[in-house]
Design a protein around this ligand. Sequence first.
Ligand SMILES: Nc1ncnc2c1ncn2[C@@H]1O[C@H](COP(=O)(O)OP(=O)(O)O)[C@@H](O)[C@H]1O
Ligand SMILES: O=C(OP(=O)(O)O)[C@H](O)COP(=O)(O)O
Length: 394
Amino acid sequence: MNKKSVKDIDLKGKRVFCRVDFNVPMQDGQITDETRIRAALPTIQYMQEQGAKVILASHLGRPKGQVVEEMRLTPVAKRLSELLSKDVKKADEAYGESVKAMIAELNEGDVLLLENVRFYPGEEKNDSELAKAFAELADIYVNDAFGAAHRAHASTEGIAHHIPAVSGFLMDKELEVIGKALSNPERPFTAIIGGAKVKDKIGVIDNLLDKVDNLIIGGGLAYTFIKAQGHEIGQSLLEEDKIDLAKSFIEKAKEKGVNFYMPVDAVIADKFGADANTNVVAIEEIPADWQALDIGPKTAELYRDVIKKSKLVIWNGPMGVFEIDKFAQGTKAVAEALAESKDTYSIIGGGDSAAAVEKFNLADQMSHISTGGGASLEFMEGKELPGVTALNDK
Ligand SMILES: Nc1ncnc2c1ncn2[C@@H]1O[C@H](COP(=O)(O)OP(=O)(O)O)[C@@H](O)[C@H]1O
Ligand SMILES: O=C(OP(=O)(O)O)[C@H](O)COP(=O)(O)O
């Protein structure tokens, strides 16, 4: 990479504002998957060893510029303390006088975690005043938040214009591994797109259609496509204003000779939850008051075959609501197919997809688990990542 890295600068005694992606899945105040915390450890430990005063910043969830008690980073500080075997201090704000006072107390090698940067409306607006307020806290900026590198926010982009700005080890590794696999992809090359962030991901499909041989759609995303084909989808996830776009992608796939796979059956539920009644139906038979929460067994089998014949697979977003066992089979089938296909290079992206392979104990069978879902997709599309572009050139 042509950007300066944390290795290229002197950290001794410096206050370092390090943006990490600690946007971890949580349930009832408990962290349910700590992949992203562990992934940031090499950079944090390196900075400690070099004698930096480490100031960590992250977002958690989408609190939309307001304080949301359940989205405080306090449980993350606790877990990080355990992982580092060192007390990590936790600020209840992300900038200002109280934070400056805490930073003044830091010794070399100490670690302070700031409060959720998305509690401030200026973060997502990339407000320059907020970026300056972050920059005032430190001498150096390190961006190790690959998962948020596609966001031009105050703590991922704005701050880099005010103090020396370099990448962290996780950022470097992600860009290198994904960049290498994509620069001259082995074929057949298959992309599997699922999950629930329909708005974020649907645009990505357009660019992927220029690159892949097979495109597999699953998860909540699939039902906008099913609807686009003229089928009723009941209460399933739908992005009404994306139906025409979905239609155009199905057309584009035909023109480009890309095999476009959509669910042929689904596990449906009469409500969203573990206590729902369930059934398996053909995709064109979803009743009006039911919703599809997983791909069905026929679809899983079809997707499994495509995966097994692929040489490179990028997978972003679960096939169903895998957090609930009844709706986890489709995601599990995809994870198992990747694990069994020893000749297939697999890149898994996205917090929830990573959590899913972890849940099925298949994480070590994947070639690369990326900490970024949207970020890895945008990078694969060939888009610039603002969080990387803003860093200092070598
Ligand atoms: N059919 C579906 N209906 C509703 N939600 C779904 C469906 N399939 C998957 N999901 C949800 O999608 C979420 C993950 O989506 P997303 O954030 O886009 O993935 P990732 O974090 O891997 O990028 C999971 O919490 C999962 O429960
Ligand atoms: O979880 C994340 O993205 P992902 O779900 O695409 O992996 C990142 O932390 C970015 O979060 P955001 O999509 O709320 O900006």
